[in-house]
Design a protein around this ligand. Structure first.
Ligand code: HXC
Length: 514
C-alpha cells in the first residue's frame, strides 16, 4: 500500500511540473500560435520515446524575492528519445516558466544533456524560446551561457548540433544557435537579436518591430543566420527529421545508407544547358539529374541564392553539393555566397561527407561595395575550406570557370580528387569580352571599325580559350564528359575516393580567414 501512495505522490509531482507556468501562461503561449515545450518534444520525437531528466530541479536564487518563486523544472525540459528509431538528446526551453529565462540551474540542465550528447555520440537538438539571461540571477546566468557556448564549440564537428528558434532568443543567448550547425526558424514565431527594439529606441531613437529586426524572414534572407525556414512548428519538425536522414550521428559514423535509386526521368542533364552561353538555367535541375530519386535537400535556400548548397544521395550515400547558381547574379562568388559555401564545405568535411561541386561562374563579384565589405577576406574562406577538406571532392565544370572562380570552386589545384568538364565548359583566366579588350586593345583602337574588330577578337579568344580542351591538355581536368554521363562518372569517382586518406602537415590548427 505504501508504495501505491508513493507512486501517487510521484505522479502528482510530475503533473505539477508538467503544468509548467500554469494554465494562464500556457493559454498565452498557445494563443501566440506556439506549442508548449513538452508538446514540441513529443511532436519531434518518435511516439512515446521521450525520457525526461531533471524534472524536479529547482533554482536556488534568493535575490529579488526569487526565494518565493517556484519555477517548474526551472524553465527547461531535457531528455533523450529517438527520431526514426535513432537516439537523440533534446532540450526545450519553457517560455511559460519565467519566460524561459536562463538561470543557473536551467543552464546546468542544458549542460547536462549537452554532455550526454557528446559522450554518447548523438545529435543535440535545442529548442530555444527564452527571454535570455535571467535578470534576477545576474552573473550566474552569464556563467551558464558561457558553459553552453564552450560545449557548443567543443562539440562542433563531433556531433550534429541543431538549434530550433521557437520564440524569442534574445541577447547573448543567440550565440549558442550561432555556434551550432543548423538553425531552424518559423514564420511569425522566431525572434533573434542581440539588442531588442526597446534598447534600439533608447540608444538610437529608432523604432523597429521585433519581426523586422530579427524575425524568421530576416534571418533566412538577409543575415544568413538561419538555415531552414518553415511556416509552422509542425513543418519545422518535419524538416529536422528530414535533415537527420542525411547526416551522420557523429564524426565517427557514416550517414544512413539508403536503398539506391535512379534519378527521375524528367531530369536530364543533357537538356539543361541553354544554347546561348549568356542564358541562365537552374543548377538544381543538374543536381536533380544526378542524385538518387532526384531528391535534393537544400540548405539556406533563401540567402545568398547565387550559390546552392544541400544534401543529395548518390548510390544511397549522402553527398554535399556546392553549386554556382547561374539564375542569380550569374552564380558569382560574393561576400555572402563565399561564407555560405565555405561553412558548408567545412561541415561536410568535419563529418567526412563527400563534396560534389558544380561550377558555372564568371568569377568574384566586382564593385566597391563588395571590396569594402571584405570580398577578399570572405572569398579566401572558400579557398581555405576546399584546400583543407580531406573528404572526397569531385568537381564538374558545367560552363564558365573564369579566373579566381575557377581556382576557388573545388579545382584540381585545391586537391579535388576528380575534375570533369562538360563540352560547354569555358575555362580561362577571364571572360572573352574582358580579355579581348585588354590583349587586343591596340588592334581594336587602330581598326577602321573598332566595334567590328572587337567582336572579331572576342570570337577569336572564345574559340581559342573558352573551352575545356586547353585545361584538358594540361591534365587540370581529368575528362571532358557528356552531360548525360555525369551521374555515372560521379558514382564511380565517389566509389574510388571513398576510402581516401590524406596526411596533412602536423599543426595545432590553421588560421582560417574567419
Ligand atoms: C527574467 C524574464 C526575462 C528575463 C522574460 N521574463 N524575460 N524574467 N529574466 N530575461 C519573464 C517576464 O518577467 C514575465 O514574467 C515572463 O517572463 C513573460 O515575459 P513577458 O515580457 O510577459 O512576455 P512577452 O510580452 O511575450 O515578451 C517576451 C520578451 C520580453 C520580448 C522576451 O520578456 C523581454 O524583452 N525580455 C527581456 C529580453 C532581454 O533583454 N534579454 C536579455 C537579457 S541579457 P511574469 O512573472 O510576469 O510572467 C542577456 C545577456 C546574456 O541575455 C549574455 C550571454 C553572453
Amino acid at each position: 500500500m505504501a508504495i501505491k501512495k508513493k507512486i501517487q505522490e510521484l505522479r502528482r509531482k510530475r503533473e505539477e511540473v508538467q503544468m509548467g507556468g500554469g494554465e494562464a501562461a500556457i493559454e498565452k503561449q498557445v494563443a501566440m500560435g506556439k506549442m508548449t515545450a513538452r508538446h514540441r518534444i513529443q511532436t519531434l520525437l518518435d511516439e512515446d520515446s521521450f525520457q525526461e531528466y531533471d524534472m524536479f530541479v529547482e533554482h536556488d536564487a534568493r535575490d529579488f524575492d526569487m526565494g518565493k518563486k517556484v519555477l517548474a523544472g526551472d524553465g527547461v525540459v531535457i531528455g533523450t528519445g529517438s527520431i526514426s528509431g535513432r537516439p537523440v538528446c533534446v532540450f526545450a526551453q519553457d517560455f511559460t516558466v519565467a519566460g524561459g529565462s536562463l538561470g543557473s540551474m536551467h543552464s546546468r540542465k542544458i549542460v547536462k544533456i549537452m554532455d550526454h550528447a557528446l559522450k554518447l555520440k548523438m545529435p543535440l537538438i535545442g529548442i530555444n524560446d527564452s527571454g535570455g539571461a535571467r535578470i534576477q540571477e545576474g552573473v550566474n546566468s552569464l556563467a551558464g551561457y558561457g558553459e553552453i557556448f564552450f560545449r557548443n564549440t567543443i562539440s562542433s564537428g563531433v556531433i550534429p548540433q541543431i538549434s530550433v528558434i521557437l520564440g524569442p532568443c534574445a541577447g547573448g543567448a543567440v550565440y549558442s544557435p550561432a555556434l551550432t550547425d543548423f538553425v531552424f526558424v518559423v514564420e511569425n514565431i522566431s525572434k533573434m537579436f542581440i539588442t531588442g527594439p526597446e534598447v534600439i529606441k533608447t540608444v538610437l531613437g529608432e523604432e523597429i518591430s521585433m519581426e523586422d529586426l530579427g524575425g524568421a524572414r530576416v534571418h533566412s534572407e538577409i543575415t544568413g543566420n538561419a538555415h531552414f525556414y518553415a511556416k509552422t512548428e509542425k513543418e519545422c519538425f518535419e524538416q529536422i527529421k528530414k535533415l537527420l536522414t542525411f547526416i551522420p550521428w557523429s564524426n565517427e559514423q557514416k550517414a544512413l545508407l539508403v536503398e539506391p535509386r535512379l534519378p527521375r526521368p524528367e531530369f536530364k542533364a543533357g537538356e539543361v544547358m541553354p544554347d546561348d552561353p549568356k542564358q541562365p538555367y537552374d543548377v538544381r535541375d543538374v543536381i536533380k539529374s544526378v542524385v538518387d530519386d532526384s531528391e535534393f535537400f537544400e540548405i539556406q535556400e533563401l540567402w545568398a541564392a547565387n550559390i546552392v548548397i544541400g544534401f543529395g544521395r548518390m548510390g544511397g550515400k549522402t553527398c554535399g553539393f556546392v553549386c554556382n547558381q547561374p539564375l542569380v547574379l550569374a552564380g558569382v562568388l560574393d561576400v555572402d555566397s563565399s561564407d555560405k559555401a565555405a561553412r558548408f564545405i567545412r561541415y561536410c568535411d568535419a563529418f567526412d561527407i563527400p563534396i560534389v561541386t558544380l561550377v558555372d561562374l564568371p568569377g568574384y563579384l566586382p564593385g566597391v561595395d563588395q571590396e569594402h565589405a571584405g570580398v577578399i577576406r570572405h572569398g579566401a574562406k572558400v579557398l581555405y575550406a576546399y584546400s583543407e577538406a580531406t573528404a572526397p571532392k569531385i568537381t564538374v565544370i558545367l560552363r564558365k570557370a573564369y579566373g579566381g572562380g575557377y581556382i576557388a570552386m573545388g579545382s584540381r589545384h585545391l586537391r579535388a580528387d576528380f575534375v570533369f568538364a562538360w563540352p560547354t565548359a569555358e575555362i580561362a583566366v577571364m571572360g572573352p569580352e574582358g580579355a579581348a579588350n585588354i590583349i587586343f586593345r591596340k588592334e581594336i583602337t587602330d581598326a577602321q571599325n573598332p566595334e567590328e574588330m572587337r567582336q572579331q577578337k572576342v570570337q577569336e579568344y572564345r574559340e581559342k580559350f573558352a573551352n575545356p580542351y586547353v585545361a584538358a591538355s594540361r591534365g587540370y581536368i581529368d575528362a571532358v564528359i557528356e552531360p548525360d554521363e555525369t551521374r555515372k562518372r560521379l558514382l564511380h569517382a565517389l566509389e574510388v575516393a571513398a576510402e581516401k586518406t590524406v596526411t596533412m602537415p602536423r599543426k595545432k590548427h590553421g588560421i582560417p580567414p574567419f
